[in-house]
Design a protein around this ligand. Structure first.
Ligand code: AMP
Ligand code: AMP
Length: 338
């Protein structure tokens, strides 16, 4: 079958504009599953040949027959994980780009830690009990949506005071690394076994990115301003070129380790290492996202790095579509969808 016999579909949020635009540019039909009210966005930007309206993204599961009829390949992004349960995905019958077995590793903080540590990646120290806290920490809640509710604590006492607002929530206590945040976007192709650096971003978070606009004196006067980390957007960055070898190596180690730890063929497609770079130029990674991240939305039509490699528009969304196209043309689609 030819590329235009397939439909590339995704949920209307997060990085859908980029994914659908990339799919169109590579010659696919496109479909967007949008919540009522959001469809005007996808209509206005003209990226979706077809829009299916839902009240909730979970209705994806009842639309499966419709999707299968159209030879649909679903592209997962952050809203899949945020609004649905991983177990539900396992039973999904529609073609899904990526390895579903990776989801479990990505969403469990313990498995993620094992994966990164085994790959020889530096990660912030984790404190198993609050009594062990001996340095500044960041407390993160499970399933937190974009950093909501996270707080900083300077010692055990401070922790106990602040955790009292979060009864019955699961959390992890992580060493707070002082440095600059950076998110490294990669793409790994299992078709030619090549790892690509796509781009980098940092997040624009409310209110932590605006606290610096208030003087220390006024911060004291206003009394209680605790930083929060609710993401509202992204800011592009390039990194010192001398950091690129280490960034490549980290990505390669994560991929190699995933092949050993995770069933089927490990991690492939777009992924992101999320970390902090210290003044000593140590890179600490506090999280891995095993799918497209929204920070790549900045790089439409291309990032400095993808332009240098491809010499034409190549967003992460388009790179996904190109991978699927290459797989179709080489009769290898079953290697990249499940
Ligand atoms: P949304 O569909 O906007 O609710 O996003 C789904 C998930 O992706 C949430 O966990 C968000 O925090 C995360 N997310 C959405 N947009 C961004 C962004 N621009 N940068 C980083 N994370 C994002
Ligand atoms: P996350 O939701 O895990 O991506 O983190 C949200 C925000 O908290 C990001 O802006 C990170 O820069 C910051 N952050 C997360 N973990 C750490 C850490 N261990 N040290 C310093 N900053 C962190």
């Amino acid at each position: 079958m030819a590329v235009n016999d397939y439909t590339i579909a995704t949920l209307g949020s997060h990085s859908a504009l980029q994914i659908l635009k990339g799919a169109k540019d590579e010659g696919f039909k496109t479909l967007c599953i949008a919540k009522k009210g959001a469809e005007k966005v996808y209509r206005s930007f003209g990226v979706a040949d077809e829009i299916l309206l839902v009240d909730h993204f979970k209705e994806l599961f009842s639309l499966q027959d419709e999707l299968i009829k159209r030879n649909t390949i679903l592209i997962p992004h952050g809203s899949f994980i945020a609004y649905m349960k991983i177990e539900d995905f396992k039973d999904l019958k529609v073609m899904y780009f990526g390895n579903k077995d990776v989801l479990e590793w990505e969403s469990s903080r313990e498995l993620e830690r094992q994966w990164l540590t085994d790959a020889n990646i530096k990660i912030p120290r984790i404190f198993d009990t609050p009594e062990d806290i001996d340095r500044p920490v960041i407390v993160k809640f499970y399933g937190a949506q974009g950093g909501k509710g996270y707080f900083l604590a300077k010692d055990t006492k401070d922790f106990h005071e602040k955790i009292s607002d979060h009864i019955n929530e699961q959390y992890v206590i992580q060493e707070y690394i002082i440095g600059v945040p950076a998110y490294f976007h990669y793409f790994y192709s299992p078709l030619n076994n090549e790892l690509e650096i796509m781009s980098f971003d940092k997040r624009y978070e409310s209110n932590v990115d605006s606290i610096g606009r208030i003087s220390a004196r006024d911060q004291f006067a206003l009394k209680k301003i605790d930083p929060s980390y609710v993401v509202v957007g992204n800011i592009p960055i390039t990194v010192r070129e001398s950091l690129l070898p280490e960034i490549f190596d980290m990505g390669e180690r994560v991929i190699e380790k995933s092949k050993k730890l995770i069933s089927k063929q490990g991690l492939f497609g777009p992924f992101c290492l999320e970390g902090v770079i210290t003044p000593e130029e140590d890179i600490f990674i506090f999280e891995i996202s095993a799918r497209i991240v929204a920070g790549t939305n900045l790089f439409e039509p291309y990032s400095p790095y993808t332009y240098i490699k491809y010499g034409k528009p190549m967003s992460t969304g388009r790179r996904i579509a190109l991978e699927i196209k290459n797989a179709i043309n080489n009769d290898r689609l079953s290697d990249i969808v499940c």
